[in-house]
Structures are given as C-alpha cells and as structure tokens.
Design a protein around this ligand. Structure first.
Ligand SMILES: C[S@@+](CC[C@H](N)C(=O)[O-])C[C@H]1O[C@@H](n2cnc3c(N)ncnc32)[C@H](O)[C@@H]1O
Length: 474
C-alpha cells in the first residue's frame, strides 16, 4: 500500500527508497514532458505505463502532475517572490521539481509539509540536481516561513497536509492590485483569460469559474437506453460498492461520486450499458429531437459521444453520418458504437466545410445536423490540465473563422424543414453567441429557436457548453 508520506521503506539502509518517491518521480517526468510540448493526458498515460505503480501511487501521480500543471502560474509566482532568480530563468528541471514540491506544500491535504520538502530534496539528489538540492530545500522552507509569518502557528515544517491545504495557497504572496491580475495569480489562469472572465461575469461567478477549472471534473455516465435503464445501472453500481446518483433533469445521466479506479472494470462497461459523458454534453443531442428513421449528419463527430447518443435516441434506426477530419479519431467512433451495440452510424473522414463538393448527393438530404465545432475548449479546462497554457487569443480568432466556414458549409445539406444545432464546449462569446448573431444577420432566412450557455462553476455543475438551435424560416 502506497503512502504519500515520506517514511522510509523497510530495506537495507543503503537501498532505502522513501515511500511515495517513485510516484513523485513519475509526476516530475510528466511536468517536464508537458513543458517540452507533450499533452498532459498523453504524458501521464505514458509515465503510468512505464512506472508500473500500484493503484494508490498512480492516483498520487495523477493528482500531483495535473495539480502542479494547473497551478503553474501561482507556483511560479511563489518562486519569483522567494527566489533570487525568477521562475522562468531557473534551470527548467529545477523549476518543475520545485513546482512539484510546492504543489504538495500548498495544496495536498494528504502530504505533510515535512514529506513535501524531504521528497523534493531526495528527488533532486537522485535526479541529477544534487548540487541544487540545498536550493530546493531553501526555497520550499522559505515559502513555509512566509506562510508561517502570515498565519502564525498554522503552518510550519511539522504541519499536516490538511492544515496547510486549509489555508489559501496564495497566503503569504504579494498580490497585484489590479483585480484581473490578482485573479490570474490566485487561481492560476493566463492573464488574458482572467481579464475576459472579469468582463463577462460578476466577480463571484468569475471566481467560481476559476475554482471549478482547478478541481477534478465531475464524472458522469450516460446510460445506453437501448440496453439498460438508469434504475438497473444504479442498482448494479451500488451492489458493486460504487457511489452513484441520478443527475437531475437528465433521464440517462448518472453521476459517480467517490473513487472508481479503472472505469472499464465497472459493471456494464463491456456490455455497452453506458458510456462516459459529461452532463452538459448530454444535453446537446436532445436539442436535435432526432426521430427513428431520420437522416442525421454529425459533422465533427469524433470520438462519437454525441453520435452514439443520437443513435440511442433514434432507437438505432435511420442513418447517422459521423464525419470528422481525423481518421484516427473516427476509429474511436467506430469502437464506441461497436461497444454500445449501435449499427446506424457510418463514418467518413472529411473537412466538413467542404462536404457539398465532396458529397453533392447530400444537398438538402439531412433531417438533422449537429455541428459540434472545434473550439477553444474554455468550458472544459478542468478536464485538460494544460489547456489553459496552450490556447491563445490569436488561436481563438483563427477558430472563429473555421467555425463560421463550417456553419456556412452545413446550410445546403439540411432538408428544408430540418433542424441544425451548433454547439461548442467553450464559453467565449466570439465562438458562440456573437458568431451566431453575425450569422443570423447575414442569413435572414434562418432563425434562432433557442440558445443556451452553461458555465463551469454554475450550480448545475459540469462543463461549459454553448448550443444554438436554428431552422430555416418556412
Ligand atoms: C469538439 S470535438 C467533437 C466531439 C464529438 N462531437 C463528441 O461528442 O464526441 C471536435 C472535432 O472536430 C474535428 N474537426 C476539426 N476540424 C474539423 C473540420 N474542418 N472538419 C471536420 N472535423 C473537424 C476534430 O477532429 C474533433 O474531433
């Protein structure tokens, strides 16, 4: 059984490896890989496969790696304020190691302060930074001292993780006076995003959004109504000791609380009784009101969460064309459809904005079209620890041009009485309501039936999603 504390494993003193060190070593590797351009989920997966750790240690690697990546801005601010050299000028290996140690000191309720410091120093010694081990030790202790000065008696090297994590992680830091800069620093967001949040939302909702982005996202399932009912699934999950409850307002939605381990081992997975889908994403296919026998186009379909939902709602009768530009990702659509026992989904690799040229026989063909457009993903930052550091305002501008082209490309494909849903998993108005407003202004023959925007941090929980239902005027 792994322990996050840095006690020493029972082996000969020379070979002694502090318990939990391998997990921290793996998390450090993930931070380095992500800093060199790897995607966080791919880097974590690779490291977990390579390190062959026990389940409890795998959970620790995930918590530390994702947590430290999310908190990069705040952790850098600490290094800037306690170090002689700014974080960005530190040797990168040391910077990421310090992030790992600091993350534990500031956030991890289960790691005592002494263990956070000692394992970081030990990793420095074993990981090619022996000369810098005293620097690592000095900086982590300087952070502890700063926090002790501000909250005397509440935190020091002997503190439990729970005591340290109960204090705000920025306690002891000098905060900027500008509200957006302070939000960016406290909640570890890029400044451009914090500034936009302050424009779009009240101070409280901006804070709730930022907080939601820094927490592991809720885990929701969608029951495959063709194979199982929600009641049946809730019963077998409970029998298997999994905490689960229905999601209000979603007949197929089930929320899993507590630890679940490998989801593929849960009852009903192999039998295709359910799939993982966030509650906000589960609302999108419903907006199309698809009927058995319909011809449906899902224009940006991979990995197939919404195609499979549409197929379930249609009783697997009719045809769903699942189009995506990525053939590799379409393979996931086929695998998911197979597992769920759905046969009405057909796949095609194509740039969806050019479908009219590629498939002239599709002109006016579809009863329903879903355009779940590629987007900045600002509504799903909690799911992608590194996403906030990748996306830029310039990239969003490019995306809006593609989104508009995709939307225009769908119009000739819809039957005259058909319905089109434009959806994204972002909260940026330029990709959502503003894009739709410009589109409708240029197309007076189309009208908006409804639109909605959910935000991370809202009471309903779940990702941030936008959806607009549009139809041609009769
Ligand atoms: C938001 S994801 C779709 C998620 C999917 N609808 C689901 O529910 O599982 C966007 C998808 O658009 C695809 N994509 C991006 N540009 C595209 C284009 N020009 N034509 C078709 N697909 C595109 C990406 O490969 C990606 O799989």
């Amino acid at each position: 059984m792994a322990s996050p504390a840095a006690s020493t494993a029972k082996s000969s003193p020379k070979e002694a490896v502090p318990v939990g060190l391998a997990a921290r070593q793996a998390a450090w590797q993930v931070l380095q890989a992500v800093a060199s351009g790897a995607y966080a989920d791919a880097a974590l997966e690779r490291e977990l496969q390579r390190s062959k750790l026990e389940p409890a240690d795998r959970a620790l690697v995930t918590e530390l790696a994702y947590g430290a990546i999310r908190q990069r801005r705040l952790l850098d601010a600490w290094l800037d304020q306690v170090g002689k050299v700014p974080a960005r000028k530190q040797p990168p290996k040391l910077r990421w190691l310090l992030h790992l140690g600091l993350y534990q000191l500031l956030f991890s309720a289960r790691v005592p302060a002494s263990a956070a410091v000692s394992t970081t120093v030990e990793l420095a010694k074993r990981g090619g930074l022996a000369r810098l081990a005293p620097v690592a030790n000095g900086m982590l202790r300087a952070v502890l001292r700063r926090r002790e000065e501000v909250a005397p008696g509440e935190v020091d090297a002997g503190s439990s993780g729970a005591a340290a994590a109960a204090l705000e992680p920025w306690l002891g830091l000098d905060l900027p006076s500008d509200p957006a800069e302070a939000l960016a620093l406290r909640r570890s967001l890029p400044l451009w995003l914090a500034a936009l949040l302050r424009e779009w939302l009240s101070a409280d909702r901006a804070e709730a959004f930022a907080l939601a982005c820094n927490q592991p996202p809720p885990l929701d399932l969608r029951v495959n109504s063709l194979r199982c009912s929600s009641e049946q699934l809730l019963t077998v999950l409970k029998e298997a000791g999994v905490e689960a409850e229905p999601i209000a307002g979603l007949s197929a939605g089930i929320h899993l609380s507590g630890r679940t381990g490998d989801l593929r081992r849960l009852p009903g997975f192999g039998e295709g009784h359910w799939c993982v889908q966030d509650r906000a994403a589960q609302r999108i296919a419903l907006l199309l009101e698809p009927q058995p026998g319909h011809q449906v186009l899902d224009a940006c379909a991979a990995p197939g969460g919404k195609s499979t939902h549409l197929a379930e709602l249609m009783g697997d009768r009719g045809t769903i064309w699942a189009v995506d530009r990525s053939e590799a990702r379409l393979e996931r659509v086929r695998r998911n459809a197979d597992r769920l026992g759905l046969s009405c989904i057909r796949t095609m690799a194509a740039e969806a904005q050019h479908l009219t040229e590629q498939k002239p026989q599709w002109l006016g063909h579809f009863d329903r079209i879903l355009l779940d457009a590629p987007c900045s993903g600002l509504g799903t930052l909690a799911r992608h620890a590194d996403a906030r550091w990748r996306i830029t305002p310039e990239a969003i501008e490019e995306l809006t041009a593609l989104q508009r082209q995709l939307l225009e490309g769908m119009l000739p494909l819809l039957a005259s009485k058909g319905r089109l849903v434009y959806a994204t998993c972002t909260v940026h108005p330029a990709e959502n309501c503003e894009l739709l407003a410009a589109f409708l202004a240029d197309h007076p023959d189309w009208h908006l039936i409804s639109s909605s925007q959910s935000w991370p941090g809202d009471a309903a929980g779940g990702d941030g999603f936008y959806a607009a239902v549009i139809e041609r005027r009769s």
